[in-house]
Design a protein around this ligand. Structure first.
Ligand code: CAA
Length: 260
């Protein structure tokens, strides 16, 4: 399978999936979301001998800096809801993938990037990694499951603060809060990721899949929260404030929100 924005490398039973839009800090445009769906629905499940997956970002600066804000021009309430649902569906595919998926977070993991890392089963971060849900700065909310999964990792109080302020966490803070499993120097990121996955590869695959599905089962009560997020995301993409927020980002200036 060939991809425009993903590169895939196979190494000792581990697939290393690199989101490769370095100039846009690996932002998830529509094409990349489509390719992630293809990868998890059709490509990875059909490769023999694969025991686990690493997701990382190209270049030294970003894992993924979010959904592609430049593609947001022209979004309204209806296609905002569709965009949110499409992303949520792909991230759910990752979360329920029966083999371990580990995010090797090599820099900014913001918005959809933080949501992508949270949909993975494990997260290892380099010391320069930064995590956050800055959507409020654009006049929108997270649309790829961030309002639901952030609570699962850091608890309601801290999740509420991070979602309302858009503040970023550095790698150490993310580790202290339980968002990240390990923090390592940038040069050791992939080695650490591989060593965790090699350890898991010595276990029984049926047991590994059973752990993943059972841990996920604990959180399935919360389907309504994800649906609510889709509707609330669509409501925000229907506002004047959202147009102002996205335009301000592109024009590299502070947004002026009016509540309309
Ligand atoms: N979408 C599109 N382009 C992006 C992007 C994004 N999310 N993030 C960065 N870029 C682009 C920038 O526009 C810039 O492109 P140009 O060179 O063409 O101007 C390039 O990547 C480099 O970025 P910066 O010059 O801004 O780099 P910086 O070092 O000054 O700042 C940053 C880095 C703090 C990550 C900053 O780029 C930033 O704040 N990015 C946006 C983060 C964000 O708001 N993410 C949430 C998106 S909305 C979302 O994800 C919704 C959802 O849940 C579905």
């Amino acid at each position: 399978m060939s991809y425009q924005n993903l590169s895939v490398q196979e190494e000792n039973g581990i697939l290393i999936l690199t989101i490769s839009r370095e100039k846009a800090l690996n932002a998830l445009n529509g094409q990349t979301i489509l390719e992630l769906r293809q990868f998890f629905a059709e490509d990875a499940p059909n490769r023999d001998g694969i025991r686990s997956i690493i997701i990382t970002g190209a270049g030294p600066k970003a894992f993924v800096a979010g959904a592609d804000i430049k593609e947001f021009v022209g979004l309204d309430a209806e296609n905002g809801r569709q965009l949110s649902q499409r992303g949520q569906d792909v991230f759910r595919m990752i979360e329920t993938f029966p083999k371990p998926v580990l995010a090797a977070v090599n820099g900014f993991a913001l918005g959809g990037g933080c949501e992508l890392a949270m949909a993975c089963h494990l997260r290892v971060a380099s010391e320069n990694a930064r995590f956050g849900q800055p959507e409020v700065n654009l006049g929108i909310i997270p649309g790829y499951g961030g309002t639901q999964r952030l609570i699962q990792y850091v608890g309601k109080g801290k999740a509420m603060e991070l979602l309302l302020t858009g503040d970023m966490l550095d790698a150490r803070e993310a580790h202290t809060l339980g968002l990240v499993n390990h923090v390592v120097p940038a040069g050791e990121l992939l080695d650490k990721a591989k060593s965790i996955l090699q350890k898991i590869a010595t276990k029984g695959p049926v047991a590994v899949a059973g752990v993943i599905s059972s841990v996920n089962a604990y959180f399935q009560y919360n389907e309504d929260g994800f649906d609510h997020e889709v509707r609330a995301f669509g409501k925000t993409t229907g506002t004047e404030d959202f147009k102002e927020g996205a335009t301000a980002f592109i024009e590299k200036r502070q947004a002026n929100f009016t509540g309309k």
